[in-house]
Design a protein around this ligand. Structure first.
Ligand code: HEM
Length: 400
């Protein structure tokens, strides 16, 4: 209807938060013709979309299949729970800390060593976009020499998934990546089956529950998902966290002085500026939500970015405040999270604790290595993106 904000417009992309407020207030359930999707924006509705199993991920198939193959994101019911149980143990807090903390630390250190002597850096280009991919590649036990290829594949997959304007070159590159990735990975997966080691890939190929295991193709698809799901999200979270802290110097100072505040600062970043703004589901039957009916089989978009700013849920939701008392940092990385950035329910982010470890290590090391960290003169941080949002660049200066 007239006056209803258009999610696919340039105004929206520049600043969605005002539009989200209008949607929450005036159109809690909206049909969007261009997206061919219903949309909900209030916290309680978004939460229900994630938790109520009437909403499935069946409609992910057409989007994810062409680049990844079949991943757990596309599965539901028992098929999903078995697959999830096969992969989840490797991402538990204790497992991560014992096995992978050194890998996380060395990846952060190597990147920071590349610019710490210089006094200037782009924290997005030189740190955020490289760090999570490096961690995943090392965790899987793949060859460090192939980092550049992973970076290229990752960029191509992300572009494919965000290709709203259907640019044919982007589509072709995404489809090519699926082939190249399979040619690279399948022989490695087979070799790891023959000769398992101590890495995540070996854990995946040997995982077994009630006699069920993952095929070579399953493992390859999951690794491809890890690159995209674990790379782009954490990348954007790091950029947003630093952009927000640098714009709130008293909160930055508080974190610098007391590093136990890092999880809290990360949780508030995830609420205030979530990397993933929209998630889609498909109701298996007609559902009443947001004051209307969503028919079985249609597409329903849950606006994470809008739910996380809902004044019905948070006091002063448009203020970035790591000390707010309506967001519990102790729960923020578990299925009891009181923000929507990792979704909730059965597809709740498998990598939430890994992301937390990466952020803790990355922020600690950056603050140690970069005294007097501040934004470069003339740079005003700005979010970009629609389905996913983050800083395109973050030029900073510091005492070398
Ligand atoms: C699922 C966000 C980091 C792996 C999800 C979902 C969201 C999300 C919103 C749910 C998608 C849906 O239900 O449709 C984030 C954010 C991250 C992050 C904001 C960082 C700040 C990671 C990392 C990894 C990872 C580091 C692993 C390396 C996954 C996987 C799923 C998932 C495998 C699918 C779970 C399932 O279908 O059961 N994530 N993620 N994520 N995430 Fe993350």
């Amino acid at each position: 209807s007239t006056g209803t904000p258009d999610i696919l417009s340039a105004e929206f992309a520049a600043d969605p938060y005002g539009a989200y407020a209008v949607l929450r207030e005036e159109a809690p359930l909206l049909w969007h013709e261009g997206m061919q999707s219903y949309i909900v924006s209030r916290y309680e509705d978004v939460e229900r979309v994630f938790k109520d199993q009437v909403f499935t991920t069946a409609n992910y198939d057409w989007q994810l299949e062409p680049v990844h193959g079949k991943t757990i994101l596309q599965l539901s019911g028992r098929e999903h729970s078995v697959r999830r149980a096969l992969v989840a143990p490797a991402f538990r807090g204790s497992e991560l800390e014992q096995k992978f903390l050194p890998v996380i630390e060395s990846n952060a250190r190597e990147l920071i060593d590349g610019f710490r002597g210089r006094g200037t850096a782009d924290l997005v280009e030189e740190f955020a976009t490289r760090f999570p991919i490096g961690v995943i590649v090392d965790m899987l036990g793949l060859d460090k020499a192939d980092h550049a290829r992973f970076q290229k594949w990752y960029t191509s997959i992300i572009a494919f998934l965000g290709n709203l304007s259907q640019d044919p070159d982007v589509t072709a590159s995404g489809l090519r990546t699926k082939e190249e990735f399979a040619e690279y990975m399948i022989p490695i997966v087979r070799a790891r089956r023959e000769n398992p080691g101590d890495d995540l890939l070996s854990t995946l190929v040997t995982a077994e529950i009630d006699g069920e295991t993952m095929s070579d193709e399953d493992v390859k698809a999951f690794c491809s998902l890890l690159l995209a799901a674990g790379g782009e999200t954490t990348d954007k979270a790091i950029g947003s966290l630093f952009a927000l802290l640098l714009q709130h110097p008293e909160q930055l100072q508080a974190v610098r002085d007391d590093r136990t505040l890092i999880p809290q600062a990360f949780a508030e970043t995830l609420r205030f500026a979530p990397p993933v703004h929209m998630i889609m589901r498909q109701p298996a039957e007609d559902v009443e939500i947001g004051g209307g009916t969503v028919p079985a089989g249609s597409t329903l978009t849950a606006l994470i970015g809008a739910a996380n700013r809902d004044e019905r849920r948070y006091k002063n939701p448009d203020a970035f405040d790591i000390f707010r008392d309506d967001l519990n940092a102790k729960n923020a990385f578990s299925a009891a999270a009181d923000h929507m950035a990792f979704a909730l329910g059965r597809h709740f982010c498998v990598g939430a604790l890994l992301a937390k470890s990466e952020i803790e290590v990355g922020v600690n090391q950056l603050l140690d290595a970069l005294p007097n960290l501040r934004l470069a003169d003339g740079h005003t941080p700005a979010e970009k993106g629609v389905f996913t949002r983050g800083q395109a660049a973050l030029p900073v200066v510091f005492d070398a």
